[in-house]
Write a protein that binds this ligand. Structure first.
Ligand SMILES: [Zn+2]
Length: 249
């Protein structure tokens, strides 16, 4: 049976904040977010984006659920093993947050399919774990002037970086890590990852995205380095590199 959802009541605790109002909630509701990756970052990130009121998520991932994914990829259960991640995840999100419209793309993100999806998005989340894909996403988002929230996690260490066209002097992912360097891929299959560390980073990614969509975040983005074992967050100001092949002069 369909249940009508009173949105004022649904989001009432968020709306109590002085930084929030109906217009900010409406901006979140109107937002179209592209999420690339449906693993340990993409699951908690989409869970919070959808539950906090984002109106549309396009979710890209070609992988299928494996048993070893379940401790981090909290939208899936044992019955989902073998299913496409985006399909199993979208079913779960639709049940939890029926106001959120979800479009699934069960393919690998690449330089051919991403430009159209980025063009129609208000904000992009990079939840992948591939260096080359991350560089492609960064380059295309900078070119399209779309805000990009990047996260990564390995073992106990997480990184979070926002690339925001409103703050071009803060630089981009390629200012930090040159696309010329050979893949710094650190897949958790090889090095391990603590389950909740991935959850924290994916949640932080959604958190930064939601603040920007609501129009709350008005400061220059920084690189955040998170030590999940000692629970320490280090934030470093970024400056655009003049020699950056993506955003440099
Ligand atoms: Zn750059």
């Amino acid at each position: 049976m369909a249940i009508s959802i009173d949105q004022e009541r649904l989001f009432s605790r968020q709306l109590l904040l002085t930084e929030m109002d109906d217009a900010a909630q409406a901006r979140i509701r109107a937002a179209r977010v592209l999420v690339i990756g449906a693993g340990g970052l993409g699951c908690p990130a989409t869970l919070f984006l959808a539950s906090a009121g984002v109106g549309h998520i396009r979710w890209v991932d070609a992988d299928r659920v494996e048993l070893s994914n379940l401790p981090r990829q909290i939208l899936y259960g044992p019955a989902d093993v073998g299913r496409l991640k985006v399909e199993a995840g979208a079913d779960r999100l639709r049940a939890l947050s029926p106001l959120c419209e979800i479009t699934t793309e069960a393919v690998h993100a690449n330089a051919r399919n991403l430009p159209g999806w980025i063009a129609s998005a208000d904000l992009v989340l990079d939840c992948t774990d591939r260096f080359e894909t991350r560089q492609t996403i960064n380059r295309l988002c900078v070119a399209a002037r779309k805000p990009l929230v990047i996260a990564s996690v390995i073992q106990w260490s997480g990184q979070l970086l926002v690339v925001d066209p409103e703050w071009p002097e803060a630089g981009c992912y390629a200012c930090l890590f040159s696309p010329e360097t050979q893949g710094a891929d650190a897949a958790c299959g090889a090095f391990g990852v603590f389950s909740s560390a991935a959850g924290l980073m994916g949640t932080m990614q959604a958190h930064e995205a939601l603040k920007r969509l609501a129009g709350i975040q008005k400061s220059a983005p920084q690189l955040h380095l998170f030590d999940a074992k000692g629970l320490q967050l280090q934030s470093i100001g970024l400056t655009r590199s003049a020699s950056c092949p993506v955003c440099g002069s």
